[in-house]
Design a protein. Structure first.
Lengths: 474, 239
């Protein structure tokens, strides 16, 4: 008799979800699904609000990456104002976005995933957490906490507070950077860079132990999507979209974000609140693509900063064509941390960064606007329509995590198929199913635009739907 | 300047302290002169008293009922209590009902950090709203060229109505409906932007205690109201 395993809730991720694994009569995995169990409805909630409130309103979608929403939303509002944002303001926004990516990547790699990497996938769950890492590898834990602090402190120095700063506004930023704060950030750079390099050196010596996981953690051909600048360099703030296939060929390049409806569509699954975007020309589900650090490291021609580019060259030698295993999201994340630190330093060394012309003012000049930026987890898009009085009449947001939904589902199936045997759930197997999700660093609160803790549920279901076995973590 | 006339002096106690008041002086005015804190919301120096919000209620010995300090004249021998457990609970109830009646979401409000309602709630030690939220669907009137009227954040203090009539003399703003359906309206309940009488002076925006009346183009926390001009305008008008 077949059965279904349910992992509910999925742990060490941001948001609420569960995984169900369907077994056939012989106890082999027939299907596995990743369900996002929370609903928020921000797109509806914002209707009727003056568009100037949108950056702060949508930033409340998430406490981990409010800056990403601030940026995508402010860029959408810039499009509504139809103004050119002053160069200094664009660069200040860039710095905050890079600081945000650094702190979010540090949270994902060190706080959420490093327990699996340092202590092992089969380690005692009672010790498999950040405190376990702090006992086993104190330097690594310290580096993780310091790198997150580095990002958060920059956000605070720029925006006045670490979470939900309201500094990024339509037309620019609300106040310029002081020389004192610029110098304070620059003084933090060498230590952060040293910690990031030490971590990547450790990781490069470690990840080969996970060959089984690398082979099976969402390791399949998909498209990869991300933003690049006109030269093809990594770009987190502004640029156009590039799409690459699994063998490394560019399928589409320099796609204008405002035209996203021509090449991007969203499908709705009956068992999840998370929608599944796909590349429209290839249809559903063949248009499956991945976004985020792995995708970005695949699609770019180079990062554009010295140390990150050296690491990137080494990363790209892992596989011909595109690097396909989602396990390498971790690796890509570490390269991006280095890139962010270097790029912050370069931007701050431009004397123009202290210019006090940081905001453009205008009445709304367009009734529709699209804004896109690279969030820690991938490409983030906001799209608003307003009435003649500047009130939101329609809003659509395509969140980075959502873009990875099809790949996460397929990844859960691949891992379950490889590791799950019989009807009894082994803890190590359950952890691997969760760990594949963690490689994507999903932010489900964002992508369903929930409130509460972040817990995983695994259910073992019989072909008739009866629950045979069930495990909870939370 | 206003000519001083001979006034009778009234003596009374506020919170056990002997104080002296001029004739017709209210308990609120007297308390403010003597640096005794009584919370207010609908009151604003320079505007007539309305007594609508009831947050300034005080106890008077010898009476079981509560008195709005802004509307109650000081009388000889009166013993006023401005701070008691009973008053604290009444004031919390008022704040509870103000917060629950409309949609006040401080974190994303343009007046966050510069709001009288938010400041007062924090000062009085409010930590939660005990009354269930009504979550009404309320409109935002953004038809005016420069200003926005967000009924979600209106507490019906009517400062805007008073300043519009008493100081600007335009009488654009008024009140319509009853109870929870009460709304601030413009002229004969038309869109603000279509008003023939509004002079776009912006006084209503600056006297509004919350983010209900704000300038267009402001982001969260950016709307700072300026009210220091109001008592001067009143003095000039009286002269």
């Amino acid at each position: 008799m077949g059965s279904t395993i349910t992992i509910d809730p999925v742990t060490r991720i941001e948001g609420h979800s569960k995984i169900t694994i369907q077994l056939d009569d012989d106890g082999r995995v027939a299907d596995a699904r990743f369900h996002v169990t929370q609903f928020r409805g921000f797109e509806k909630m914002t209707e009727g609000r003056p568009f100037h409130e949108m950056p702060s309103l949508t930033a409340r979608i998430c406490g981990i990456c409010p800056v990403s929403h601030l940026i995508a939303s402010a860029k959408t509002c810039d499009a509504l104002l139809a103004v050119t944002v002053p160069r200094t303001a664009r660069n200040l926004r860039r710095i905050m976005n890079l600081a945000q990516i650094t702190q979010s990547h540090a949270l994902s790699f060190f706080h959420l995933s490093s327990p699996d990497l340092v202590l092992g996938m089969d380690a005692d769950p009672a010790k498999r957490h950040l405190f376990g890492v702090a006992s086993a590898a104190p330097q690594l834990a310290q580096d993780g906490i310091a790198l997150r602090k580095f990002g958060q402190q920059i956000i605070e120095l720029l925006g006045g507070k670490r979470i939900h700063p309201s500094w990024i506004v339509p037309g620019g930023v609300s106040h310029p950077l002081s020389q004192e704060d610029r110098d304070a950030i620059l003084a933090m750079i060498p230590d952060a860079l040293k910690r990031a390099q030490r971590t990547i050196d450790w990781y490069k010596g470690t990840f080969s132990q996970f060959s089984d996981e690398i082979r099976t953690f969402a390791n399949f051909p998909t498209l990869f999507m991300g933003m690049v600048n006109p030269k093809g360099d990594l770009s987190m703030y502004a640029g156009r979209i590039r799409i690459m296939n699994a063998v490394g060929d560019i399928v589409a390049d320099q796609l204008e974000p405002a035209t996203y409806q021509q090449w991007l569509a969203e499908s709705v699954e009956p068992d999840s609140y998370l929608k599944s975007p796909y590349y429209k020309p290839m249809g559903y589900p063949e248009g499956i693509f991945r976004v985020g650090p792995l995708a970005r490291m695949n699609i770019i021609d180079r990062c554009g900063t010295t140390i990150a580019d050296q690491e990137w060259a080494e990363f790209r030698s892992l596989q011909r064509g595109a690097v396909l295993s989602s396990f390498h999201y971790h690796y890509a994340r570490l390269i991006e941390i280095i890139y962010c630190i270097e790029r912050i330093r370069n931007l701050l060394n431009d004397p123009d960064i202290l210019n006090d012309h940081v905001r453009s003012f205008a009445e709304p000049n367009a009734f529709e606007g699209v804004g896109m930026s690279e969030a820690p987890r991938g490409s983030l898009l906001h799209h608003y329509k307003i009435d003649k009085n500047g009130r939101i009449i329609w809003a659509n947001m395509i969140i980075a995590t959502g873009n990875n939904n099809l790949a996460m589902n397929k990844g859960v199936y691949q891992v379950a198929k490889h590791f799950v045997r019989g009807e009894q759930i082994q803890e190590g197997m359950l952890n691997r199913v969760e760990a594949v999700i963690r490689t994507f660093d999903p932010c489900l609160s964002c992508s369903t635009h929930a409130v509460g803790q972040m817990p995983l549920q695994v259910q073992l279901l019989a072909p008739d739907g009866a629950i045979l076995d069930e495990r909870f973590q939370g | 300047m206003k000519r001083q006339t001979q006034a009778r002096i009234i003596t009374l106690k506020i919170d056990g302290v002997d104080v002296a008041a001029r004739e017709h002086e209210t308990i609120l005015e007297l308390a403010q002169e003597n640096n005794i804190f009584i919370p207010t919301l609908c009151h604003l120096d320079g505007l007539s008293e309305y007594g609508g919000c009831r947050i300034c209620v005080v106890e008077v010995k010898g009476s079981n009922r509560l008195f709005p300090a802004c509307m109650t004249p000081a009388t000889e021998g009166m013993e006023v209590i401005t701070n008691s457990e009973r008053l604290r609970l009444y004031r919390f109830s008022i704040l509870d009902m103000l917060f629950s009646e409309r949609n006040h979401v401080c974190s994303v409000c343009v007046s966050n950090g510069h709001c009288d309602l938010q400041y007062l709630s924090a000062k009085l030690g409010m930590t939660r709203v005990e009354v269930p939220y009504l979550n009404p669907k309320v409109d935002v009137d953004a038809s005016h060229e420069h200003f926005i009227m967000d009924h979600n954040r209106c507490i019906l203090c009517q400062r805007c109505v008073r300043v519009c009539g008493e100081i600007e003399g335009a009488f654009t703003k008024g009140v319509m409906g009853r109870g929870v359906n009460t709304r601030i309206i413009h002229d004969l309940n038309g869109a603000w932007g279509d008003s023939d009488t509004c002079t776009s002076c912006g006084k209503c925006v600056n006297v509004c205690p919350t983010g209900a009346l704000v300038e267009k183009g402001k982001s969260a926390g950016e709307m700072v109201k300026r009210r220091d001009w109001l008592p001067y305008l009143r003095l000039m008008q009286e002269d």
